[in-house]
Design a binder for this molecule. Structure first.
Ligand SMILES: NC(=O)c1ccc[n+]([C@@H]2O[C@H](COP(=O)([O-])OP(=O)(O)OC[C@H]3O[C@@H](n4cnc5c(N)ncnc54)[C@H](O)[C@@H]3O)[C@@H](O)[C@H]2O)c1
Length: 282
């Protein structure tokens, strides 16, 4: 359990924007040395420069988390810069939309490549090192409330986030069983005010994300939680060693309804409409 963050080393992916940038700012305030990774070099440099100006030791490492060799290189770069890594936030992610019946192989492989393989590569590259150094450490995987409820039009996204929840819970058990000092958290937010609706900006080959023209989604996101609030919750969960980070209490009823329906053998009742309605009632 990482109670003491000051002077420790954190690695955050997807740190150039939204939730990742907010986590970088929060852990910078906690006195950590930071290695920030993102596929967008310029915005990444901006966040790194901002934190450096505030006195934080920062290394910016442009990285495509869907490429295993690049995440291995990130782990090497982090160790070369600051030594042992104590906090890993596998946060980089992209959003997408569309009916499953109309999606192509590329649609699936892009989203699963970033959101699922990015987390897998992060664990593969960093976890053995974090376990070997023996000091308290923590992994935060960014999933979503979409990892706990399967709303329509979000097949690849939901699949990636359900998998990240499953991996995180599995890892939690394994770290406990092996007496490891690595804690695990999985972040499951609802709507957060970020640029996720503009995810196609990072799609290789410039293909669509299925969220284009999504004025409604942009409006829903704009009414979502500020990323700083989410980062605050992440900070608390790390120091308190909590697995599940649910940042949107208005959505927990939907999760409960789904779980109850599953064990009762009933068909699901929660869809995207209900998720949106829940938020707008706030
Ligand atoms: N915004 C929300 O409502 C919301 C809700 C639940 C979960 N999430 C999750 O939060 C995480 C952060 O997203 P956000 O909302 O801050 O969006 P964002 O678009 O503002 O930030 C995502 C960051 O990930 C980076 N990225 C994209 N592809 C990458 C790749 N291949 N390699 C490295 N970096 C890459 C982007 O450049 C960007 O800086 C994602 O995993 C997302 O699924 C977001």
């Amino acid at each position: 359990m990482v109670e003491q963050l000051e002077g420790r080393v954190g690695v955050i992916t997807g740190a150039a924007s939204g939730i990742g940038a907010a986590m970088a700012r929060r852990f910078s305030r906690a006195g950590m040395k930071l290695v920030l990774a993102d596929i967008e070099p310029e915005p990444l440099k901006k966040v790194a420069d901002e934190l450096r100006a505030s006195g934080t030791e920062v290394e910016a490492v442009p990285t495509d988390v869907s490429v295993g060799a690049q995440v291995d290189a990130l782990a090497e770069a982090a160790e070369a810069a600051f030594g042992k890594v104590h906090l890993l936030c596998n946060n980089a992610g992209v959003g997408s939309g569309g009916l499953i019946a109309q999606l192509g192989e590329d649609d699936w492989s892009w989203v699963l490549g970033v959101n699922l393989w990015g987390v897998i590569h992060g664990l593969r590259a960093f976890l053995p090192r974090m376990m070997a150094h023996g000091e308290p450490a923590h992994v935060v995987n960014t999933a979503s409330v979409a990892g706990l409820m399967a709303a329509p039009f979000m097949g690849p996204y939901n699949a990636s986030k359900f998998a990240v929840v499953a991996i995180s819970e599995t890892l939690y058990h394994e770290m406990g069983l092996t007496g490891s000092k690595v804690g695990v958290s999985v972040l499951c937010p609802g709507w957060v005010n970020t640029r996720i609706h503009e995810s196609s900006r990072n799609r290789p080959g410039g293909g669509p994300s299925g969220l284009e023209g999504g004025g409604m989604l942009a409006a829903v996101l704009a009414s979502g939680l500020p990323p700083e609030k989410v980062a605050e919750e992440v900070h608390s969960a790390v120091v308190e060693n909590r697995l599940y980070i649910l940042t949107h209490p208005e959505m927990t009823a939907g999760i409960e309804t789904r779980m109850k329906a599953i064990v009762a053998g009933q068909n699901p009742q929660v869809g995207l409409g209900e998720l949106l309605a829940n938020r707008q009632e706030q």
